[in-house]
Design a protein. Structure first.
Length: 260
């Protein structure tokens, strides 16, 4: 699951975090993901979710690389997945410097990654969870190039059998050149799991600003590397009357392991 959960200190009135937290947790509980990439999460929100769900998580605050600012954290089911390695990089010319911004974005933008061993299958895979800038197209396009570079670098270190997943709020529609760059790259080959099963779907908006509806573009996604079989894929539009768990809909995918 990929889910922009909306930062918990936003002045959202009837949509404030304490009022929608329970519904958001219901959504997480219903899908019961082995891997969950969240965006816009503040440290206290991560701690609250970790109290409710017996999952591990990794990530760093985008402002200082520690706990300040929003995270693009990765939750994982500890009973099934063994964490092997993780890290965070910034979408900038100095990706290892916390808080760095050099591509026209007014806020730091980050990607957290984590490599896991599936205890059941004995296989390894790496998840990249990101949040691109909402205004700077230059930042998004350079961010796409940096992401592809990092995937090649890290996956190359572990060999061609490594499973690759990308979750994120791309802040870019499916026709945006930055998003297209990810899907049109030859190395690595990435597919949008939703489009694998729903190539002709038109009502796919994932940002709704607490208003609901299906209009707009799909800016959130779960991308899969070579070999994965997509069994299910959905945009989850759960709500309770006028209350929504976030201002984004979460996007989910059920995947089968690549063949030998």
């Amino acid at each position: 699951m990929s889910f922009n959960i909306r930062y918990g200190t936003a002045q959202d009135g009837e949509n404030a975090w304490p009022l929608r937290r329970g519904l958001l947790e219901d959504v997480l509980r219903a899908f019961d993901a082995d891997v969950l990439g969240v965006q816009e999460a503040l440290h206290f929100q991560l701690e609250e979710l970790a109290e409710t769900f017996p999952m591990g998580w990794v990530g760093a605050g985008r402002d200082d690389g520690l706990t300040a600012g929003e995270y693009s954290a990765i939750f994982y089911r500890k009973s099934r997945l063994e964490l092997l390695e993780d890290g965070t990089f910034w979408f900038s010319d100095t990706p290892q410097i916390p808080g760095s911004m050099t591509w026209g974005n007014e806020l730091p933008r980050i990607c957290t990654w984590a490599r896991f061993r599936d205890r059941e299958a004995g296989r390894t895979f790496t998840v990249f969870n990101l949040h691109w800038d909402h205004r700077s197209q230059l930042s998004r396009e350079k961010g796409a190039a940096l992401l592809l570079e990092r995937i090649r670098e890290l996956a190359g270190r572990w060999g061609p059998g490594e499973g690759i997943l990308v979750t994120g709020d791309f802040n870019a529609g499916e026709g945006n050149p930055a998003y297209r760059a990810l899907l049109e790259a030859e190395d690595p080959v990435l597919l949008d799991s939703f489009r694998v099963l729903h190539p002709d779907a038109r009502e796919v908006g994932t940002f709704h600003g607490f208003r609901g509806g299906t209009q707009g573009e799909k800016i959130d996604g779960v991308l899969v590397g070579p070999g994965w079989t997509v069994l299910e894929a959905a945009i989850v539009r759960t709500h309770s009357g006028s209350l929504f768990p976030s201002d984004h809909y979460p996007v989910t995918a059920v995947l089968a392991w690549p063949g030998p």
